[in-house]
Design a protein around this ligand. Sequence first.
Ligand SMILES: [Zn+2]
Length: 188
Amino acid sequence: MSQILISETTVIEEVKKAIAQTQKINPETIQAEQSLMKDLGAESLDFLDINYRLEQTFGIKTARHFVLEHIEEMFGEGTAIDENSQLTEKAIALLKIRLGNENATQLHPGMDMDEVSPLITVKGMARAVLDILDTLPEKCSSGGHSAWTVDHGTRIKCGVCGEEAAFTDGDTLVQEWLRKVQDEKKLF
Ligand SMILES: [Zn+2]
């Protein structure tokens, strides 16, 4: 279900904080539209650190694998990235849906795999966190209570028994999304 306990604004603020701690910069200088790699100096390994901080903050598990890897695993080797490390037309079609309008013009078949990560923005990371938070079950699993509350501003807990909310993990969510898009659009 779609959760309303933690707002997009809160998530964006927490993403900025996580980036600021990893990159050792002032969170107030970070803008939602900025690219982590191009504008904020993040490298591949920094993404792991930022994701780890967000996992601790929200009690979630973020995706370990990028959507391109999931495409290859689900639809076969070479379906997303060809032998020259260039993105296929089908991969581009999926990324356009995934990354949203703000990046659509920068995506084109034949672009290099390495050109994709720089398109990840602060807002894009926040959206991934929100997608996970939106998998909040209706009730807690131990007592069946519908009484979610927010602890420390970011942790969703049962207000009756104190159980921490169990969310779907990021990789499962990407896989579910890919299956849904495939059912609708039959790209592969
Ligand atoms: Zn409960």
